[in-house]
Write a protein that binds this ligand. Structure first.
Ligand SMILES: Cc1cc2nc3c(=O)[nH]c(=O)nc-3n(C[C@H](O)[C@H](O)[C@H](O)COP(=O)(O)OP(=O)(O)OC[C@H]3O[C@@H](n4cnc5c(N)ncnc54)[C@H](O)[C@@H]3O)c2cc1C
Length: 328
């Protein structure tokens, strides 16, 4: 049985079970604690042959309650993320507009604390209901317990412990748009929208993403293949001396660099190795030109990492989860 993934690599799965409700999850985990949980497969690099049983999340349902001036929306893990964004905007609730058009499911959104255009999921999260595999109980985790950070969370640091069952988000009817990103500003002024509604902000984000990112249905990809590296102040200062044009942003007490710029400066933009290429409009994205395997992606990813480390002494970390043949 072949499984779909946005990288477009073939992956044969020995056994797959579909979870339509929370009880399905609990029952399956009671008999197989090694089960690999997958959502929309837009942030995984899967092996050619997966010898581990897969649990495919498919729980559906969205509900909402008013809390003062806010609304708390709860969506089941198997809902489409972009579908949820559209649903909330349709109701006039603001908060998710900057996260429009991110592929995948609601349940995977907290795993790497999805983020785009100045907003991370953590900022809107009220609670995450999970099944704790270690203790075999259901729990509701607060945002603090989720330990959200840049493209990470407690779910990523303990990958085999939690299954996300649903996600609650605190949204608002009064819009406080986040419009700082230069691309967003440019698109807004092009459209003449000086005070955009949340739906208009989403429209702007969708236009930018469609222009910059390859459509995974044509060019298999997982979005960013690398995270932006975070370095110490001292390392950033040394880099600035040697490479004055490097883009740097404050990140707490540390400094975040732009991985796309580092890769570009190493000459990778648009370059191809076998059936995998570095996307010419966004060098963070590696695309399948047709017939690429997971190994081809990992090989090119590794070559890029080594070239960035050699030139800048900066270590790039991969963003997607790499799954081995035994499901680890
Ligand atoms: C074109 C493109 C653009 C993208 N843009 C962005 C972006 O702007 N920002 C961003 O942050 N990401 C982006 N991504 C990455 C990806 O869309 C997100 O990480 C998304 O949340 C993954 O969802 P999924 O359902 O496909 O997860 P999967 O790929 O199926 O799984 C990802 C990980 O989460 C685990 N997991 C999935 N569901 C659950 C669950 N219910 N409980 C416990 N663990 C689970 C899996 O085991 C795996 O480790 C992009 C991807 C693509 C292809």
């Amino acid at each position: 049985m072949l499984t779909h993934n946005t990288l477009g690599v073939p992956c044969e799965v020995a056994d797959r079970v579909i979870f339509e409700n929370d009880d399905d999850v609990k029952r399956a985990l009671a008999t197989d604690d090694r089960l690999l949980i997958l959502g929309g497969c837009s942030n995984v690099v899967l092996p050619e042959c997966l010898n581990q049983r897969v649990g495919q999340i498919a729980m559906r349902g969205i509900s909402a309650i008013e809390v003062g001036d806010d609304v708390v929306v709860t969506a089941a893990a198997g809902e489409s993320w972009h579908g949820l964004v559209r649903y909330t905007l349709g109701k006039g609730w603001a908060g998710l507009e900057n996260l429009a058009l991110i592929p995948g499911q609601v349940g995977a959104a907290p795993i790497q604390n999805i983020g785009a255009y100045g907003v991370e999921l953590a900022r809107r999260t009220e609670a995450v209901r999970v099944f704790d595999r270690t203790r075999a109980i259901e729990r509701v985790l607060s945002p603090e317990e989720c330990e959200f950070s840049y493209r990470s969370s407690v779910f990523r640091s303990h990958p085999d412990r939690y299954v996300v069952l649903d996600l609650s988000l605190r949204l608002t009817c009064s819009s406080q748009p986040v419009l700082e990103y230069p691309d967003v500003q440019t698109e807004l002024s092009r459209l003449g929208w000086s005070q955009p509604t949340p739906s208009q902000v989403a429209e702007v984000i969708i236009r930018i993403r469609r222009r910059k990112l390859p459509d995974y249905r044509t060019w298999g990809n997982v979005g960013s293949f690398f995270k932006n590296p975070v370095v110490t102040q001292a390392a950033a200062e040394a880099l600035k001396q040697a490479h004055p044009k490097l883009v740097m942003h404050a990140h707490g007490a540390a400094v975040k660099l732009a991985a796309a710029q580092l890769i570009d400066l190493c000459g990778w933009k648009g370059r191809r190795e076998g059936a995998v290429s570095v996307w010419r409009r966004q060098p963070l994205v590696l695309v399948n030109l047709g017939g690429a395997s997971a190994r081809d992606f990992l090989r090119l990813g590794d070559t890029i990492r080594r070239s960035v480390a050699e030139r800048f002494q900066v270590s790039l970390e991969m963003e997607p989860t790499v799954v081995s043949a035994n499901g680890a």
